[in-house]
Design a protein around this ligand. Structure first.
Ligand code: ATP
Length: 305
């Protein structure tokens, strides 16, 4: 898959403090990239640098293999974005707002406008002034505006903030449609793991301005295995004897007395092996190494699961 956006040691210093610190990000064409991190982690700042709203202190951004500068206007036209929250002319209707945007962008295509409104299910309400819109409708109108010009990369900063469960569900469907049917690449930030997990193909985890991990969801899911943890009252040698007696192939010895077994064993097998290896158990725990454990651990508990 082609990498369409890449950052190299992207850094932003505000008043002597690094808000973003040497971030190397890789976003592939057609994927949904979930940008996960607690409040103040640096997500918005990264997105602002990508969209040329903030100048990087150091580092580079490459879009479709070309280095971006503050004058890369043509490249910026290939991106759509909603950073922080979408702002409209409140007294104008939804349609008028989109028309104005089209004019401003030098892009006016009534068919694209109609399609964008349909996509976010606002067709019937396009003649209402935006001031009568709910938060969710404004968010959807913002998306219609961003996708109307058919960007290749859509950047959305915490798009589900302030939405009710139905609004969140509808928006999730819009994201999936944009990705699957339109082949659009999406960069979506959130501090809610559950949200990112449901839609992202790749997750980038940021904390204190540092990108801690960038990993495909598929890979994370394959790590998502159950295990049994046995703590014995013997030495590590006894732990290995136990593993041998059980004929284990997928296990890990952790510390001197603990063994994690990643395969299914019956209670009977275990009792027999314990007796044969002359090992006594101090405790046995069945654990699930879940996505939640993984991310909450990574974020130091600062992310909402
Ligand atoms: N204009 C600015 N001047 C000074 N500091 C700033 C500025 N913008 C952001 N920061 C600081 O940079 C850090 C990263 O902020 P940023 O808004 O990028 O985080 P975030 O992950 O998007 O969080 P949130 O979800 O709360 O917006 C924070 O410590 C923030 O206070």
């Amino acid at each position: 898959m082609t990498t369409i956006l890449r950052t190299w040691n992207l850094t932003k210093v505000y008043q002597g403090k690094e808000a973003v610190n040497n971030v190397n990000m890789n976003i592939k064409q057609g994927e949904i990239y979930g940008f996960l991190g607690p409040n103040g982690a640096g997500k918005t700042t990264v997105m602002k640098m990508i969209t040329n709203l903030v100048k990087p202190t150091a580092g580079e951004i490459e879009f479709f293999g070309e280095k971006m500068t503050s004058r890369s206007y043509e490249m910026l036209k290939r991106m759509g974005c909603i950073i922080e929250y979408p702002v409209f002319y409140d007294k104008l209707t939804a349609r008028e707002n989109l028309e104005l945007h089209g004019e401003y962008m030098g892009y006016y295509d009534p068919k694209a406008l109609k399609e964008a409104l349909e996509l976010v299910k606002l067709t019937g309400t396009d003649k209402k002034p935006v001031k009568q819109f709910s938060m969710g409708m404004k968010q959807r109108l913002g998306i219609a505006r961003a996708v109307m010009t058919k960007p290749e990369l859509l950047i959305l900063d915490e798009p589900i903030n302030g939405l009710d469960p139905l609004g969140i569900k509808e928006l999730r469907e819009v994201f999936r449609m944009l990705s699957r049917e339109y082949g659009m690449t999406l960069l979506i930030s959130s501090h809610i793991l559950g949200e990112v997990e449901q839609i992202a193909d790749t997750i980038g985890v940021i904390r204190d301005g540092v990108l801690l991990e960038e990993v495909a969801m598929e890979e994370i899911r394959s790590r998502d295995t159950d295990y049994i943890e046995l703590i014995t009252d013997n030495s590590s040698k006894a732990v290995y004897t136990l593993a041998n007696t059980l004929g284990l192939s997928n296990f890990k010895v952790i510390g001197a007395r603990t063994i994690r077994i990643y395969e299914k064993i019956s209670q009977l097998e275990l009792s027999k092996a314990l007796a044969a290896a002359d090992v006594e158990l101090e405790s046995l725990n069945r654990k699930q190494h879940s996505l939640e454990d993984y991310f909450v651990g990574l974020m130091g508990g600062e992310v909402v699961a």
